[in-house]
Design a protein around this ligand. Structure first.
Ligand code: ZN
Length: 178
């Protein structure tokens, strides 16, 4: 595998958070714009924390999957990190990523974490960094399970759901990983 230390630098330059508390006002070209709150947004807690990669190819599908398939629209915080959970699994960067997760879990009394990893992830050097499709699948699903274990050790009562997504001709396929 390649050496990914540079990922840490970009991780926290572009790490993106969104969640139950959407911004009420956005500034676009110096014009004040009001964006309506989603229903339920005035709640003080949020049941689910979602962790995904920042990869733009999956962004729309992720929203559709979360809102329509998992039916958690308006009830989740969302952390996007390059490489998804690569920096959580990596011992040298684990603490800083884990500290972000614990902030959300403690602040919003999170009950469930949904982690979505994907094939051909730039954080891992893309599919070409692996010898075969099977090798990539095994590596990524092993990392997802490791991430679950790391979180469970601190929060044993949390429900953690793992998914691996793949670009196919038909669209983005989500597979639940057990
Ligand atoms: Zn990625």
């Amino acid at each position: 595998m390649r050496h990914f230390s540079k990922i840490l630098y970009i991780s926290f330059a572009v790490i993106a958070f969104s969640g139950c508390y959407g911004k009420e006002e956005l500034l676009l070209n110096n014009t004040k714009t009001i964006v309506p709150l989603y229903k339920g947004e005035e709640k003080s807690d949020c049941d689910t924390l979602v962790i995904t990669c920042i990869d733009y190819r999956f962004a729309f599908a992720n929203q559709e999957f979360l809102n329509k398939k998992l039916e958690i629209e308006g009830n989740y915080d969302h952390i996007s990190i390059p490489g998804s959970i690569y920096n959580l699994v990596n011992p040298s960067t684990r603490e800083i990523v884990f500290s972000k997760i614990t902030k959300f879990v403690n602040f919003h009394l999170t009950k469930r974490i949904v982690i979505i990893g994907h094939r051909d992830c730039g954080g891992y050097g893309g599919s070409s960094a692996f010898g075969s499709e099977i090798a990539e699948y095994v590596y990524l699903t092993t990392d997802l399970k490791k991430a679950k274990q790391i979180i469970i050790e601190k929060y044993p009562t949390l429900q953690i759901d793992l998914y691996l997504e793949t670009l196919t001709k038909e669209g983005i396929q989500f597979e639940k990983i057990k």
